[in-house]
Write a protein that binds this ligand. Sequence first.
Ligand SMILES: Nc1ncnc2c1ncn2[C@@H]1O[C@H](COP(=O)(O)OP(=O)(O)OP(=O)(O)O)[C@@H](O)[C@H]1O
Length: 255
Amino acid sequence: MIVLKNVTCGYQDFPVLQDISLQIESGEFCALLGPNGAGKSTLLYTIMGYLKPSEGSVTIFGKEIASVKHSWLAKQLAFVPQETRSEFDHTVQETVLMGRYPYLGLLQSYSSEDFDTVDSVLEELKLLELKHRWLSEISGGEKQRVLIARALVQQTPFILLDESLSQLDINYQIEIMKLLKAIHSKENKTVLIVSHNLNLAANYAERLIFLKEGKILAAGKPELLMQKETLKELFTIELDIMQNPHSGRPNIIYP
Ligand SMILES: Nc1ncnc2c1ncn2[C@@H]1O[C@H](COP(=O)(O)OP(=O)(O)OP(=O)(O)O)[C@@H](O)[C@H]1O
């Protein structure tokens, strides 16, 4: 599990997260929600060890993130960033293969098993046809699916996604959430996804975490958190809630 204890963390002299304590249990499916600038990405970067807390601690399976080997961490946590920028262009296959990097031995090259793992995930995400295309020549939504594929081939117990649905059409948004839910149930993978899509988060996640101004406003089951007053506190807008007849979960009705 991942445990944050009294974490204060941010950029230079700007502490975005303030005294955050949070536990993500192994096997949970959580969605992190909150207004723009609340600190959601900063929280993921802190868990990934990209940002060092000025106060408090972050541990994974009881080990301090700051003191573990990068190679060990890469076998525990896979991260799907909002976007990727690279000086060099890569094909879809090369990009997804990078997810197998933590499993390469010294001076070793990718095995046929690595290539097979990549192919099966590409097929699952309906990307096989794009396998030899350059990243610079595919759409934003296709690129997001490639980044998700890279995280899946990393075969880690934890997967963290930063607004990874934002450029997907509604069909793929639902498909990716279903896929995450399936691997979460089948492989007991822990999923933490940042999303601005309240309804999808409420339909698929088991726990919602509401972040506002660098602090946890509330965390709990969608049925508890998707309430008019709590959402007003989070987003400063009055939203009507109804039970979704398909998922049985509370959903907002767009005004
Ligand atoms: N590299 C940086 N240097 C300084 N401040 C930053 C940096 N990145 C983000 N911030 C600031 O930190 C705060 C939190 O940003 P963060 O990206 O974590 O928010 P977020 O909740 O993910 O927002 P969004 O929903 O808009 O993606 C914002 O005020 C932002 O301007």
